[in-house]
Ligand binder design. Sequence first.
Ligand code: HEC
Length: 211
Amino acid sequence: MSYGPLLFLGILFTLASSWVGLVLMPQRQLGALGQHTDTNTAAVYPQARAGEAQQGAEHYRALGCVYCHTQQVRPEGYGADIARGWGRRRTVSRDYIHDKPVMLGTMRTGPDLTNIGERQSDYSWHYKHLYNPQITSAGSVMPPYPFLFETRPIGPMGPSTNALALEGAFAPAPGHEVVPTLRARQLVEYLRSLKSSGDLPEAPVKKEEAQ
Ligand code: HEC
């Protein structure tokens, strides 16, 4: 007796059922996810990133920030993410609909950055931190990114308005200034755009406890 047809059907069934489970079902559940409009406030979430921030996402990817930073907040009861102040609610699929690729990350050598735009929106803090993390966070193991900045002689009109306020050991040679390049500016726009706290039906933001 030949087992050929039986074998064929068995393999076909195995492949077909895994395709249904791993491709078709997730696509049906999540494929049509779109922006959510709040019926009370008419706020639309999530918003697409502006051009500068979108460019910054490419630098974030190219510079390997994802090797040390995650962008996913675990639900309460699955870790201390919310207690640490990394988000006001867990993250859900809809938070990432504008991200290509999604940079969830797996390593947390540094803090989760899902909501860094809410925690830290100060440009000069970000520039100094990227130029050398020791300036803002002494003892940090994050590498410095001085190549995202230009060190140049101060022109006849005086220091540039966007020059970094660097002191002590971090200050450039006398008569010089450190200014962010386009890459640094775009990267910081990206970091400032990282905010995943829109109120969603599947992930409501906890209202402040009534006093
Ligand atoms: C070797 C691991 C490592 C890499 C690579 C790395 N970081 Fe960090 N990052 C850290 C650590 C550790 C901290 C916490 C100490 C500090 O603030 O520097 C941190 C902190 C930060 C913070 C402040 C977070 C907060 O909650 O205060 C930001 C923003 C940040 N990193 C952005 C970046 C960006 C952008 C890149 C890529 C250009 C990057 N990091 C690459 C390890 C890393």
